[in-house]
Design a protein around this ligand. Sequence first.
Ligand SMILES: Nc1ncnc2c1ncn2[C@@H]1O[C@H](COP(=O)(O)OP(=O)(O)O)[C@@H](O)[C@H]1O
Ligand SMILES: [Mg+2]
Length: 722
Amino acid sequence: MSGKDIKKQGENKNELVKEAKQAKSIETKKADDKVEEKDKVEKETEKKKKAKKKRGIFGKYKKEKKKEKKKGEEEEEEKERVVYLEIQPEYEIVDEYWIQEPFAKVKIAKLPELGGQKVYFVEEAQLTPSEKKAVDKLIDILSVELNPPEGFEEDIRKHVIDEARRLAEKYKKAIKGVTEENWDKILYYIERDLLGYGPIDVMMRDFRLEDISCDGVNRAIHVWHREHESIPTNVIFVDKEYLREFIIKLAHMAGKHISAAFPIVDAMLPGRHRLAATYGEEVSPRGSTFTIRKFREKPLSIINLLESGNLDEWTAAYLWFMLENRVTLMVIGATAAGKTTLLNSLTSFFKPGFKVVTIEETPELNLPHENWVQLVSRESYGLGEAKVGEITLFDLVKVSLRYRPDYIIVGEIRGEEAFVLFQAMSTGHGGMSTMHADSLDRAVKRLVSPPMNVSPAYIPSLNIVVLTERTILPTGEFSRRIRRIWEIEDYGRYREIVRWNPTTDKHEIINDSYLIPRLAEFQGKAPEDVLEEIRRRQVVLTWMKFTEIRDMKDVSKIILEYYVSSQEVYLRAVQDLERLGVKVEKIGPRVVAVAQASPRSSRESQVFIRESTKPVVRHVVEKPVEEKPVKIVSEEPKVEEEVKGPSLQDKILVTLLKLGGESDYVSLINLLNVRKNEFSSVVRDLIRAKMIVPVITYVENRPTLGYKLTAEGDRRARELSK
Ligand SMILES: Nc1ncnc2c1ncn2[C@@H]1O[C@H](COP(=O)(O)OP(=O)(O)O)[C@@H](O)[C@H]1O
Ligand SMILES: [Mg+2]
């Protein structure tokens, strides 16, 4: 992702600056406000004050303090790292909900001083200074004394909690302020900071948020809320250094590395959230930035999209027919326009027998399909010129042809992989992809220029282009809409079929299809038959919408049933709809103005849709066809040669060095081929000798326990491997 993409859509920049200033000014106003607060007996503040009195749950300001020990000095300097603005009595609260009762709550409030602008407030249980100390201390101790769990399968979260309790008990004397009453609150923070996302943990756990972004220090973190859209939050990173550390941690959680030398990261966080980040001032003058696009557990189905009006039933049925016939398609639009989501939902239209290969940099697609090979590109491990172990999208598209796919799906095309994809499409493979472009012209221009370099002659091997947008509806709300759909006749000749009408919020058919007569011909049917087939599918989709069959799995099941016995499913749909009082005879295309059709022969048509015919040109097919999804994810580099050094201690150090200084314990045990007991005791010795430290590390995006070389351990390991 380019630096430009990472920058949040540029809204509210001024507000951000204003807020940051307010952060300071409100702070000075703090004392006065306290007096004022008493007068205003709003329910909300009253409740809050009670809580505050009782347990000190919500404090006025919560600041994360950093202790900085200066050399030779005993005294500790406290520095603000993150500021949480507090709700003022005059704010109007429009929404509130718990994220974790009773420790974390979200409130959405309108701020009069920002002209009624909504702000997302994170409110967490407040720690007293001694509790805060206890949390910090426990986290420190945990990162030195965390023992490996007993079994391999143990839940890391439970393990950390158990260990925290054990260590709190063990160091009872040194850690003050821990009681039975506040233990849960202390655990909340330990989990939040050690296993979770620290200051943005609440936002990460709020499923209503679509993305979270930080544009640098002293600016409010912004979120995209499903109900309240793009709004600033009350959370502000105020320490450059801490923000930098935080971004290193994020990158680390995604299994990536970020530094001055590699200042940009685009990766997948645990839970499949997509992270884009920049480090320091290298590429982002205002300091480190990050954007997290949150993953939906349940992918949006085509019915979900119909329900929110992203497209209409006829358009969906039209696309269904097209995809059944292995038509090639590309979704274009701006960042977060919903391209990937749309692409993913369309895959449920595939015929059950289709073989599908997906190719992505960060695995976002989540297909309902059985016959799915998922390929994920891999970055190089090496530094500098030598790109050791790198596997690019380009490589993967080439490889994918060996699977003889009915559809090759490239998650997002950006570079030379476009060229191979178009080659594949022009030889009869089905292809789908998304591309960042806000118009068809620009999309084509990008395609035919470097680095994509698709020859204009290949452009018509792309059959359909769909433009999707995040747009304003007649009601004034924001939503996503398929704006336009074109069929490509030839390079420079595009026929717009569907257009969204922004005043009526309806999708309209504005031209006769170029593809339908050609597809009909291939099937030995009349175009009218195809239109009738599309209408029947429109009925089935309308029925699913009315009967709330919207889960991706359920939707795919019905589509599969339709492929098997269309008449039965259609009749069931008609009966149900009539029972529900829907006039089935009214379901049909919404045609606005159909321009002159051009019924020419299909000489220049590049559609490859033969029912049972395989692609004309096949690329080397030596391998037996893979039936099961194969996942290629970044693998740890293998330690091949026998590790030198007699003792297990040394072997662990050297292995860690080879693995880049850090590894999870399961990999270590497997690589070294040792027993777990033996391993644990040696590891403890190494920790005591300050050669390694335990860390929470991530394997395939799941947190687990790992070990990391200390500076001393690193030195020793290097010596040993000489
Ligand atoms: N039609 C939709 N309705 C609701 N949320 C959507 C819709 N389409 C996308 N989203 C959400 O918006 C975010 C961005 O969508 P995505 O498809 O990844 O965009 P793009 O690929 O265009 O960058 C995701 O969090 C996704 O869940
Ligand atoms: Mg995308």
